[in-house]
Design a protein around this ligand. Structure first.
Ligand SMILES: O=C(O)C1=C[C@@H](OP(=O)(O)O)[C@@H](O)[C@H](O)C1
Ligand SMILES: C=C(OP(=O)(O)O)C(=O)O
Length: 411
């Protein structure tokens, strides 16, 4: 697809949007389902490419498992194929092969997995040669790089003969994703123990029970709609399929957006977003919800709200270096992202005297969230989003849904 030029809406926005299902919840459910021998009844399976890739690879006998650019698919499948004694080559896009996986490989090796690095130590592609259980039932691993390594191990832990005790070191990032994993495991019968004072998790050996499971809509995808409501002159949007007591940590967008001018009222079918007065400035720690950082940064940049961000270090090892990508692209909107304290505190602020001369054209760096986070800026003034097809990773219907509230064209 060519680039997309988003035009500001010509009238007040009144819309109902049925959001795509969460790829995070879906990918966990798919692994658990596989471990039951594919006996669960899963509903609202995500159309996201990350989940469709997971589904396809779980049902494939081919040796090469190409996850494309899906982090959870790479990490969860590596653990699943390893402990189910399958011989596989795990690979993905060039960027996937730059995203670290050594922490997970080290842990799986302790448990008895035979894994080799095909190219660079610590990174995909990986060669999985089989599994001979070591008898180890306790491991120590870092919790401050990616929670996906921890979720990957948790998901397979009940199938180890002695279960597993995981001791996490360092400040645990993306913790709600670990809790999502544990909650979903509990739904399928696992009685875990998690102690967040000592950062230890104990999983007993157990066979997952094949209960039905309905995947919730995606709160990360919802964040772009919050930004649309925050930025449009007049808007009221009901997002269908979201729950107040969600397993997804990105439901934190409800609290964040109250400062940016959006109130949320839960209904019996989702959440209704309306406009309220925004704050002049906001500070937020994104350690628990890193995928929201781009949405909030762009929204603040366009609204002229000054934003202090912490907890965004992990953004550097995602689909692209998101800190760099934001620094480059926010300038086109007259804002800057500055590192105030090294690897800790960042700030989004306006560039004094900035005058917009032409329609900004935003590079998306093969990152779905760059496209989806910048498009809402089109509520205020036209904006071009390059490589718009990147949204398929998590929200394939994004552009179609956007056309319900405003016009856009390919350019
Ligand atoms: O477990 C998950 O489903 C995810 C965990 C997070 O990654 P990190 O734990 O690497 O921060 C998040 O950014 C990603 O989009 C999905
Ligand atoms: C970081 C993301 O995904 P993953 O790590 O699973 O590729 C994301 O969807 O923003």
């Amino acid at each position: 697809m060519k680039s997309i030029l988003v035009h500001p809406p010509q009238k007040s926005i009144r819309a109902e949007i049925r959001l795509a299902a969460s790829k995070s919840e879906c990918n966990r459910a798919l692994i658990i389902n596989a471990l039951t021998g594919f006996e669960c009844e899963l509903s609202n399976i995500s159309e996201a490419r990350d989940s469709q890739t997971m589904l396809r690879l779980l049902n494939s006998n081919e040796t090469v498992a190409d996850v494309i650019d899906a982090g959870t698919t790479m990490r969860f499948l590596t653990a699943y194929f390893a402990v189910t004694d399958q011989t596989k080559i795990m690979t993905g896009t060039p960027r996937m092969c730059e995203r670290p996986i050594g922490i997970l490989v080290d842990a799986l090796r302790v448990l008895g997995a035979d894994i080799e690095y095909e190219k660079e130590t610590g990174y995909p592609p990986l060669k999985l040669n089989g599994f001979a259980y070591s008898g180890q039932n306790e491991i120590v691993m870092r919790g401050d790089v990616s929670s996906q390594y921890i979720s990957a191990l948790l998901l397979i832990a009940p199938s180890l003969p002695s279960g597993l005790k995981i001791n996490l070191e360092g400040e645990v990032g993306s913790k709600p994703y670990i809790e999502m994993t544990l909650n979903q495991m509990a739904h399928f019968g696992i009685e875990y123990k998690a102690d967040w004072h000592t950062n230890t998790i104990i999983i007993p050996p157990f066979k997952y029970q094949p209960h039905p499971y309905a995947i919730e809509s995606d709160w990360s995808g919802a964040s772009y709609w919050y930004s649309i409501v925050a930025l449009a002159d007049d808007a009221e949007v009901e997002l269908l399929g979201l729950k107040k007591d969600s397993l997804q940590g990105d439901s934190a967008i409800v609290d964040i957006m109250r400062h940016l001018g959006v109130e949320s009222v839960f209904t019996d079918r989702g959440v209704l977003l309306t406009k309220i007065a925004p704050a002049a400035s906001i500070g937020w720690d994104f350690t628990d919800c890193p995928d929201l950082a781009q949405t909030v940064a762009v929204c603040c940049a366009v609204k002229g709200i000054s934003l202090s961000l912490t907890g965004i270090e992990s953004l550097k090892i995602k689909e692209t270096d998101r800190v760099f990508a934001l620094q480059q692209e926010l300038q086109k909107l007259g804002a800057k992202l500055t590192e105030v304290e090294k690897d800790h505190l960042y700030e989004v602020s306006q560039i004094p005297g900035f005058e917009r001369k032409e329609t900004p054209s935003i590079h998306t760096y093969d990152d779905h969230r760059m496209a989806m986070a910048f498009a809402p800026a089109g509520m205020v003034a036209p904006i071009i989003i390059e490589e718009p097809g990147v949204v398929v990773k998590s929200y394939p219907g994004y552009w179609k849904d956007l056309s319900v509230v405003t016009t856009w064209e390919e350019v």
